[in-house]
Write a protein of this length. Structure first.
Ligand code: UDP
Ligand code: MG
Length: 203
């Protein structure tokens, strides 16, 4: 203990003599205390960040593209405050679609769904933000437009389940799987949006 005290005293003396390197070595002596102090000082670890970095896949289906609804659908996500991190237009292959809808392959409507989804280009996007998966499902509305509330995309732009305009991932796991399926990593951007501090209080 005495040895330690002497050591710390010596280091402190050197510190006050202005040697920067000593500051560093002192920091390594008490890492745990520093960490606690850092937390106590209100610098919360960025543990809440993943929520804000949540991502989901949204696609304007061929009927939405043909009906010139792409802009209006993008606008809804923009005005809600979400951040666009990926966007492209493509003609979907049957192979990609069968992977996307792998859980629906045995459904009676699957052949029609395949035909519908490959009938023209789709616009596929990745949106990022707080609880974006859940919120975008609410914004998109019920699968069956006849039951979708007014104010939702499907409730405002469609009336039949066979042409429901838009796709939205239904869970965090689903979103991750679909994003990897439709996008390469290099097609997704990490960027700072200048309104970030205006849309929620920083944690
Ligand atoms: N679909 C259909 N008939 C049905 C159920 C679904 O044509 O009875 C189509 C519809 O386009 C729907 C898609 O299959 O959006 C995927 O179905 P899901 O149950 O995953 O609904 P979603 O997640 O799109 O709301
Ligand atoms: Mg679904």
């Amino acid at each position: 203990m005495v040895m330690l005290q002497r050591f710390v005293f010596k280091r402190l003396r050197l510190f006050y003599s202005g040697n920067q390197e000593i500051t560093k070595s002192l920091l390594t002596i008490f890492p745990a205390a520093l960490l606690d102090g850092h937390r106590a000082a209100g610098h919360r670890a960025k543990s809440s960040l993943p929520d804000f970095k949540e991502r989901t896949l949204i696609a304007v289906k061929p009927d939405g593209v043909q009906r010139h609804l792409v802009g209006q659908i993008i606008q809804r996500f923009e005005q809600r405050g979400f951040k666009l991190v990926g966007l492209k237009m493509l003609q979907v292959s049957e192979d990609l679609l069968s992977q996307h809808y792998c859980e629906l392959r045995s459904k009676p409507f699957y052949p029609q769904l395949l035909h519908y989804m490959t009938s023209g280009p789709v616009v596929v996007m990745v949106w990022e933000g707080f609880k974006v998966v859940n919120t975008s499902r609410m914004m998109v509305g019920h699968t069956n437009p006849a039951e979708a509330k007014a104010g939702t995309v499907r409730g405002d732009f469609s009336f039949h389940i066979s042409r429901n305009v838009v796709h939205a991932s239904d869970s965090l796991e689903g979103a991750q799987r679909e994003i990897q399926l439709w996008f390469e990593n290099k097609e997704l951007l990490t960027w700072d949006c200048c309104d970030q501090k205006l849309t929620c209080e920083e944690e």
